[in-house]
Each structure stands twice: as structure tokens, then as C-alpha cells.
Design a protein around this ligand. Structure first.
Ligand SMILES: *Cc1c(COP(=O)(O)O)cnc(C)c1O
Length: 374
């Protein structure tokens, strides 16, 4: 194997632990904590993150697709795993790997029951999703009696939890709507579980739910983005620590004069004598074209250097005029003193899209949590 790529996403497990403890401090100690580790743990490394979260005491994991859960099981993760968006074709695999499906429609419920019965399952844990206004996945209120009939008729399943998802928990302007979703969830979940002789977990809060509506934590919360260091709010962000830092090095520096142009389509025109540096990272790594033409910049020796011209597939160019730097020097694209939210905003997007968009070509480097007194 060649040496790791020079463009590296460092993943700081100490920051993850900090964020976990911060989010836990917002809810009662007896409320269970589900950690969302879908999409490679928001673009980082799902196995390393899940192992650390197990050590920290998370009660549950969620992934989006079955394959993501299988990967965790194959790497020794033993905590229960909820699969948020399982496909019909993967129901046998779900059972084989002890994953727990979200059943969100009559069709998914029926089809999972037949697979569970065929495989002679008893009380297999499943999660029922209710639609309270996001209108994405979930049963609507009039379907609750039908869920009950189907579940009563089989001994193959047990409802491990009933849940719903908020549409705008980070947005105070939508407070009434969110409170309405929470009330509807309370009613619908009660209607569903009131005749059971066991008590499923109930959960509706994502990260911004935990922060803005902690009284609606019910018996579990489901947090993703907060664990990775983002609070969806300028007043919360300072309490959290982004776990990812995207770094690279300068490949080449070229002095250019007035009238020269830089990169494809000659998109950057030099107006005064300048030093332009080339970096080994491009839109194929997740630094999209939108960040070019000085929309965003990077940090070199702690100083801001704008991205000039068009972002190429494997390369970006930055203006380092006036910055004392050399070929081979380190460059921080985001993380550390360059907050990833500001970088994302300069490209007109949000933290979620920036961090999950960093491609697998970028080497992931795990920075372990420092152990005190050692
Ligand atoms: C992704 C996801 C979450 C996590 O949301 P955050 O805003 O990242 O905390 C929770 N629940 C569901 C259903 C999701 O799809």
C-alpha cells in the first residue's frame, strides 16, 4: 500500500466524548441515549465512532441502511442497532445480523412479519414509526388500529420502541408546529401501546430536539449531528467540539503577475503580483465547485487564504500572497480555528451536507481520547 494520502480527515474521539457528555447533561439520567451513526457516522468512521460510543455507554445505535448495520456487527459492535430505512429485500439479513428494523407502513409491517414467522422468530424487536407532520416515513393516525391488529395476531414481533421525527426542531419560528408534533406523538403512541403488557421505548427528539425541547425526551433521544460537534445554533455551537478536522499540504507555489490567469476557464485573473498555491484536494473529495471563486478559504499558518478560480476534481488553488509559507506546509480546510459551519455557510450549505460529503478517498485518521494521569 502507498503512504496515506496527504489530505486527511482527523477524527478526534476526545471531542466525541465531550459532545456525548454535553448532550447527556441536557436530559434526565434515566432517559436512554441512541447515537445515530448513519452515513459512516456523518462522514467520519462508523466503526471507530460506534466503539467509542459503546465505551461511553450509549444504549442504542441507528443507521439508515442494513449494510451500515452489518458493517458494525461484523466489527464487533454488540449494542442494539435500529435500521431507520430498511428495504424489503433486506429483511432476512436484518434478522441474521440481529438488527432492528423501523417498520413505517402496512407493507413493511406485513412483509417483516412474514419473514420473522418464516424464520421462527419470537418477540423479535421492531420499531414503529409514526408520522406526525414531517410526511416522510411513518404510519398516520388512522392506521394505528391496523398496526395493533397485525401485531396482536403474531407472536413473532415485539415493539421495542415507537418513534417519530421532528420537522423543524432547530427553528424557533416553527415552535408551535413542533409542539403540535410532540402532542400528536404523545396521543398516537399512547393509542398504540396502551393495551400492551410491556412498555416500548418512546422517542422523538433529534439533536435540536434535545437542546430546544428537553421535556419531550420521553424514554429515549436520538442524536446525530450534536455528537459530531454541531448544535444547529450559534449559541450551542461553542459548547460542542467538531470531531473532524480536514487537513492537507501545499503541493506547489507559483508567483504570478498581473494579467496571468489561474485554472480552468481562466476563472481567476491576477490583478497584482501574487503567490498562488496548489492543494491536493478537489470536488471529487467533497470540496465542491461552489467553494471556488473566493466563496470560501482555508487556513495557512493561521492566516486565511481564499480558494481562487474553479475547484478542479483533484486540486484547488489558493491565494497565499503575504503569507510566509512553503511547499509541503500544512493547510487546514476546516476544523480547529476554521469552524466547519462557517466553511459550509460560505458554500451555501449546512454542516450535515459538508461533513457527510467528504469522500472516502480522503484518509481518515483517528485521534484517540487522551487518557488523564497517564
Ligand atoms: C438522521 C436522523 C436523526 C439524527 O438527527 P440529528 O439532527 O443529526 O440529531 C434522528 N432521527 C432520524 C429518523 C434521522 O433520520
Amino acid at each position: 500500500m502507498p503512504e496515506a494520502n496527504e489530505t486527511v480527515l482527523e477524527i478526534n474521539l476526545g471531542n466525541l466524548a465531550h459532545n456525548y457528555r454535553f448532550l447527556k447533561s441536557k436530559i434526565d439520567p434515566d432517559v436512554k441515549f441512541l447515537s445515530v451513526v448513519k452515513a459512516h457516522a456523518y462522514g467520519s468512521d462508523s466503526v471507530a465512532i460506534a466503539k467509542k460510543l459503546e465505551e461511553l455507554g450509549t444504549d442504542y445505535f441507528a443507521v439508515a441502511y442494513v449494510e451500515e448495520g452489518v458493517r458494525l456487527r461484523e466489527n464487533g459492535v454488540t449494542t442494539p442497532i435500529l435500521v431507520l430505512h430498511p428495504q424489503f429485500t433486506h429483511f432476512e439479513e436484518i434478522i441474521e445480523h440481529c438488527l432492528e428494523p423501523n417498520l413505517y407502513s402496512e407493507k413493511t409491517l406485513n412483509s417483516f412479519i412474514s419473514v420473522a414467522e418464516k424464520l421462527n422468530q419470537k418477540n423479535y424487536p421492531v420499531h414503529i414509526k409514526l408520522n406526525t407532520g414531517l410526511n416522510r416515513l411513518g404510519f398516520d393516525q388512522p392506521e394505528i388500529s391496523r398496526i395493533k391488529e397485525l401485531i396482536w395476531d403474531t407472536s413473532s414481533l415485539k415493539i421495542a420502541s415507537v418513534f417519530s421525527h421532528l420537522a423543524a426542531s432547530e427553528d424557533w419560528k416553527e415552535r408551535d408546529f413542533t409542539v403540535g408534533q410532540i402532542d400528536l406523538f404523545r396521543k398516537m403512541s399512547w393509542e398504540l401501546i396502551k393495551d400492551l403488557d410491556y412498555e416500548p421505548l418512546l422517542h422523538i427528539c433529534n439533536t435540536s430536539g434535545v437542546i430546544n425541547y428537553p421535556k419531550a425526551a420521553f424514554s429515549m433521544v436520538r442524536t446525530g449531528i450534536g455528537l459530531y460537534g454541531y448544535g444547529n445554533d450559534k449559541t450551542i455551537d461553542p459548547h460542542l467540539k467538531p470531531i473532524g478536522k480536514l487537513k492537507t499540504i501545499i503541493s506547489q507555489i507559483r508567483p504570478l503577475d498581473q494579467g496571468d490567469t489561474v485554472g480552468y476557464n481562466r476563472a481567476h485573473k491576477i490583478e497584482k503580483p501574487s503567490r498562488i498555491a496548489t492543494l491536493p484536494v478537489g470536488h471529487a473529495d467533497g470540496i465542491n465547485r461552489i467553494y471556488g471563486k473566493k466563496k470560501a478559504g482555508v487556513l495557512v499558518k493561521g492566516k486565511f487564504a481564499p480558494i481562487v478560480g474553479n475547484v478542479c476534481m483533484d486540486i484547488i488553488m489558493i491565494d497565499v500572497t503575504g503569507i510566509a509559507c512553503e511547499e509541503g506546509d500544512e493547510v487546514i480546510i476546516f476544523g480547529g480555528d476554521q469552524h466547519p459551519v462557517e466553511f459550509a455557510e460560505s458554500g451555501g450549505t449546512i454542516s450535515y451536507e459538508l461533513i457527510t460529503g467528504i469522500q472516502r478517498r480522503v484518509t481518515r485518521k483517528i485521534i484517540p481520547e487522551k487518557v488523564e494521569n497517564q
